[in-house]
Design a protein around this ligand. Structure first.
Ligand code: BGC
Length: 760
């Protein structure tokens, strides 16, 4: 008990400080409305349905149609465009008894029509302004297309590259993840958080909680975790989004220490509402209540009661509340107060969106036409995509490429438009996306570019069948692999440089796309080996939604550019970097392993009692026999066409008191031959604690531009909270003793300074 109260204290303080007074007219308005609602109509608000549409408008099943008219639908998702939305909204407003407007949601994850890099790529920019801008543009487009609500940001910390949804989040770090969560909420909901603004869209924090910790990286799998780890390592981004005023929260599919999130009262009520002070509503993930029958929690009637009692307000697709809430009310399994609370939260969200004043939120075809994919948005997509690209290797001056001479453009992803916009690409139209080949040709008209496919992305028939059954469009080149490789080698031999665009198809990451082998799929590695044998400079352009294990590629390629799935403008952005028109500055936010067997691998791990210190024959150490402990590329790593040198950090004081802020200064110099941007990162190590502490934790970063030869002294401020952590009693406090400050351009290559935290 004591533990929970202490933790509650720490978490509540900030939540209360951030709460703004609401609109005083909201409560009486909703009281008045609810006084007129029947229990069925209240239950109806708890029902979120999916309605697809075609060119003629929404495709409404008889059931949904009838339910909207009866006031049994609270919200709709998967319907957008002014015409389609208006048609359903009119049905609710004109034909239902109380004329309560519907709320329209959609999976806008990294852009609505203009598609930005997948979130893992966006996070690699470490550019909070750019990330906020991507969400702002998504808000402008989605609201112009009739939407009120987006199912983003996804802030699940993920340390397991096997999990396909690592692509949808900001990687492995709680500090960076929290900053990005805040930036996304601000971008969607607007800088003043006024959802009545017709260009603001309500964000949805997901997936609450710990969805990224699925056992073995298999989607939807169990999560079992100590509270201490939760609070220190997984909860901060959720908390940051709550503090930023996110309007809604989505429950996750997984169970947490034995209780599915969707039935988890501790999570949804005690932590989220009572401790963090969250006042919005919670929607389930897709049929998550029904799925609790599979989790073994009881009948549909029982799981319906469990969810409502836990603090869930809206049921996505499952219609479990619709079917069972009335009988649960009758039997006393749920109370009227619980139903009223859930209904009120949904109505409040609609009120905050201004739907009771203007249910159409100024939607019109004219507005849509002048907003969607407008030139400024496309220009921003190109710029933001460039910022997300990460140069992982560059030797023998392989990059930048010259715009003259000839290149062999090889690989199954080189001309793919569908793949570059990634999975969960909103209402993005891949036909408007720029492939790598298109981008290169546009940027260098005098360069001779010869293309050969060289390999299929994958040729495992079963995998292809599975991917294609769910929206993939992977065609299998039926030629024998040797023939495809032979053709590619011939093309390579005739060119100055080989640019091989390899990786995953977009459908190999995202939801339900876990992989146990995280190397290049199919015959792509065999292709690269044959290309290497030509002796031509080999440049890899990677396209993928997760860290891949690429030891051979890292050793043998001359240059490697990680491009993720970079969105509508991918090809142009990639060309900008390959030709040196833009100097790359992205840094990875999830550790790349050498082998899948190292996973989960993350930089902020704890030490063991037997850390391996490099003595080869030291047997009883924490290590593998067959692979190193070290990753292929550490968290925060990324190169530039120039080089940066860090001085030793200097500290304002050698000893600080508990209420003091430490100032850390470090000089960074551009020591190379090009202007460039660098992400300077500051990590902290707490040397001795009442429980074991991570070997390093990110506590600050600055993205700076330095002209060649220029140096700048950066200042970081470590406020008292930066030294605190949740200890074994879940008390958030700093512990006196020695600390190290580590500063550098990634989590591995750092310079150190030490200080002491005094007790008084
Ligand atoms: C996903 C969510 C998504 C929802 C609605 C679920 O399967 O887990 O992230 O928002 O579907 O499409």
């Amino acid at each position: 008990m004591k533990r929970i109260i202490l933790a509650a204290l720490a978490f509540t303080l900030t939540a209360q400080a951030q709460q703004k007074p609401g609109d005083p007219k909201m409560k009486p308005y909703i009281d008045g409305l609810m006084a007129r609602m029947t229990p069925e109509e209240k239950i109806g608000q708890l029902n979120l349905v999916s309605v697809g549409f075609d060119v003629t408008g929404p495709v409404v099943s008889k059931d949904v149609d009838a339910n909207i008219r009866k006031g049994l639908v609270g919200g709709v998702f998967n319907t957008y465009t002014p015409i389609a939305v208006r048609k359903l909204q009119e049905m609710a407003l004109k034909e239902s008894r109380l004329h309560i407007p519907l709320m329209f949601g959609y999976d806008v994850i990294h852009g609505h029509r203009t598609i930005f890099p997948i979130p893992l790529g966006l996070s690699a920019s470490w550019d909070l302004k750019a990330i906020e801008q991507s969400a702002r543009i998504a808000a402008e487009e989605s609201t112009a297309d009739g939407l009120d609500w987006v199912f983003s940001p996804m802030v699940d910390i993920a340390r397991d590259a096997r999990w396909g949804r690592i692509s949808e989040g900001a990687g492995e770090d709680p500090y960076l993840g929290s900053q990005i969560a805040r930036a996304m909420v601000r971008g969607y909901q607007g800088p003043t958080n006024d959802l009545t603004n017709s260009t603001s869209v309500m964000a949805c924090l997901k997936h609450f909680a710990l969805y990224g910790a699925a056992e073995a990286g298999r989607d939807y799998n169990t999560t079992d975790m100590s509270r201490q780890r939760m609070y220190n390592e997984y909860m901060p981004p959720y908390k940051a989004a709550i503090d930023a005023g996110v309007g809604s929260v989505m429950s996750s599919f997984n169970d947490i220490n034995g209780t599915p999130a969707t039935a988890n009262k501790w999570l949804m009520t005690d932590l989220l509402r009572k401790q963090w002070g969250y006042q919005g509503f919670v929607v389930t993930d897709y049929t998550a209540i029904n799925e609790m029958m599979e989790h073994g929690l009881g009948t549909e009637t029982q799981v319906s009661a469990l969810a409502l009692n836990a603090g869930i307000d809206q049921d996505m697709v499952g219609e479990v509340f619709l079917k069972h809430a009335a009988e649960n009310l009758k039997s006393g399994a749920v109370s009227k107060a619980q139903l009223d609370a859930a209904c009120r939260r949904i109505l409040e969200a609609k009120y905050k969106l201004g739907l009771f004043q203007d249910p159409y939120r100024k939607v019109s075809q004219e507005r849509a036409a002048s907003t969607l994919m407008k030139p400024e948005f496309i220009a921003a997509a190109r710029d933001i995509a460039r910022k997300s690209l990460v140069l992982l290797k560059n030797e023998r001056s392989a990059l930048p490429l010259k715009k003259t001479g000839s290149i062999a453009l090889i690989g199954p992803l080189a001309n793919r438009q569908r793949d570059v916009i990634g999975s969960w690409s909103g209402a993005g139209d891949w036909k408007q996306a720029v492939s790598v080949e298109q981008g290169l040709r546009a940027a260098a008209p005098s360069l001779k570019i010869t293309y050969a496919k060289g390999a299929n992305i994958a040729d495992d028939a079963q995998m292809l069948e599975r991917l294609n059954a769910h929206g993939g469009d992977l065609d299998l080149d039926k030629r024998a692999s040797e023939d495809m490789i032979r053709e590619a080698v011939q093309v390579a031999q005739a060119a100055d440089v080989v640019v091989a665009v390899v990786g995953e198809s977009q459908g190999m990451t995202g939801e339900a796309a876990s992989r146990a082998d995280i190397g290049l799929p199919g015959q792509q590695l065999a292709l690269l080996k044959a290309l290497k044998a030509t002796g031509k400079p080999l440049v890899l352009v990677l396209m993928n939604g997760r860290p891949l294990a690429l030891p051979w590629e890292n050793q043998n390629a001359d240059a490697i550019l990680e491009t993720w799935f970079a969105g509508t403008q991918a090809g142009n952005a990639i060309a900008d970097v390959l030709f040196g028109d833009y100097n790359p500055s992205g840094k990875i936010t999830a550790t790349f392993p050498v082998a899948v067997g190292q996973v989960p691998i993350y930089y902020n791990h704890k030490n063991t009692g037997r850390p391996y210190a490099g003595v080869k024959l030291d047997k009883y150490k924490s290590r593998y026999l067959d692979v190193p402990n070290e990753p292929l590329y550490p968290f925060g790593f990324g190169l530039s066409y120039t080089t940066f040198t860090y001085g030793k950090p200097t500290l304002s004081k050698a000893t600080i008191g508990p209420a003091e802020t430490l100032t850390v200064s470090v000089t960074v110099q551009n020591t190379g031959s090009a202007d460039g941007e660098e992400v300077a990162q500051l990590y902290l190590r707490d040397m001795v604690g009442s429980s074991s502490r991570p070997v390093s934790e990110l506590k600050g970063f600055q993205k700076i531009m330095l002209k060649k030869g220029e140096s700048k002294t950066l200042t970081f401020r470590l406020a008292p909270d930066a030294l605190k952590f949740y200890n074994n009693d879940l008390k958030f406090a700093a512990e006196p003793g020695d600390f190290q400050v580590l500063v550098g351009g990634n989590s591995r290559d750092v310079q150190m300074a030490a200080f002491r935290l005094a007790a008084q």
